[in-house]
Design a binder for this molecule. Structure first.
Ligand code: RP5
Length: 171
């Protein structure tokens, strides 16, 4: 099997039900990935080791998910120069999800984290594929097809509504 290009990490295995969607998208685009638990607070040294070694191990993008006081994506981004996509997770210790969103989103100048919406691991997977697709023609073509399918789905739904609702917009 080819070596992983994307690293999916999360603060706890309790994040997996959300983070699974990122793995599913990478599988869809045929991108090899690794997935593991790395906790900023409970295993800080493991987090440093992961962030320091990722690039040397061939990883091109890191997707990091965490809930509550979600410091994992930002701290990993502070160590590596790889792009880090942050997934705020609405976890058992989140008040309402805003805590995770703001912990990941409000990074200081100089240390960006590409933050997706709350629980939006699917978009994190697609964004990672888009980054890989900038230098991989097969992935870029698969992304093009994915966008085409999204659009076809909406047009099909609009067609379905036509029968019951007047609609003069027909492009
Ligand atoms: C965060 O605390 C994790 O990312 C998870 O979202 C949350 C709860 O963790 P567990 O107590 O379920 O292990 O660090």
């Amino acid at each position: 099997m080819s070596h992983p290009l994307v690293g999916i990490i999360m603060g706890s295995d309790s994040d997996l039900s959300v983070m699974q969607a990122a793995a599913d998208m990478l599988k869809h685009f045929n991108i090899p990935f690794e997935l593991t638990v790395v906790s900023a607070h409970r295993t800080p040294l493991r987090m440093v080791q992961y962030a320091e070694s990722a690039q040397k191990r061939g990883i091109k993008v890191i997707i990091a998910g965490a809930g509550g006081a979600a410091h994992l994506p930002g701290m990993v981004a502070s160590i590596t120069t790889l792009p880090v996509i942050g997934v705020p997770v609405k976890s058992s210790n989140s008040i309402d999800g805003w805590d995770s969103v703001l912990s990941i989103l409000q990074m200081p100048n100089g240390v960006p984290v590409a933050t997706v919406a709350l629980n939006a691991a699917k978009n994190a997977g697609i964004l990672a594929a888009q980054i890989i697709g900038t230098s991989d023609g097969l992935v870029a073509a698969a992304l093009q097809q994915y966008k085409h399918d999204l659009s076809a789905e909406v047009l099909k739904k609009a067609e379905g509504l036509k029968a019951n609702w007047e609609n003069k917009f027909d492009v």
